[in-house]
Write a protein that binds this ligand. Sequence first.
Ligand code: HEM
Length: 176
Amino acid sequence: MSLNVELLEQSFDKVKPRANEFAASFYENLFKAHPEVKPLFAKTDMGNQEKKLLNSLVLVVENLRNPEALGPVLNALGGRHVSYGAIPKYYGPVGEALLLTFEQYLAEDWTPEVKKAWLNAYKAIATLMLKGAGVDAPTKVKSEIAANSKQQAATQPIEQKIEEIPQVEPAEQILT
Ligand code: HEM
């Protein structure tokens, strides 16, 4: 599997002018759909956290053409997430909230191709982070991405079948 770098870059550029708002909406979406992850952020300065999340997304998108640099950074980020309480089953909800936020901000530009590109990118990111957290194949991360939007499901029934993110492909293969 290879990542659709151009689509990822183009779509990310479109949300950049509203980056701060985007990050706030992401956490809003995450906490609304999955209040169980809220306690993990109990002591977190959310303004600061929103900036950190954005920086990490910028770093990922800017290095999509340079995956060998991305691997170690995301492994390390995943390693740090163990101490944040980010257990593997939370990676699905986070991906779901991220995709829903892109859908809200990209509106008509949220095409099936763009959705697929971000789904693949998130799978690659989660795989690399989980690898750094010591979670290797064949652990499965449950994902409800498909269920996050009735409209999406209606326009893209194939996505309904994606219920799990299988952690079976070496991350290097996904990113190159
Ligand atoms: C694509 C996946 C993710 C990305 C890019 C990401 C990004 C980040 C970044 C950049 C930080 C700042 C601290 C650091 O650099 O170590 C952070 C902190 C944190 N993340 Fe994530 N994260 C992801 C997934 C998750 C998941 C699945 C959870 C679980 C709910 C989670 C929960 C947290 C928490 C609790 C913190 C600590 C906040 C604090 O410092 O108080 N993250 N994340």
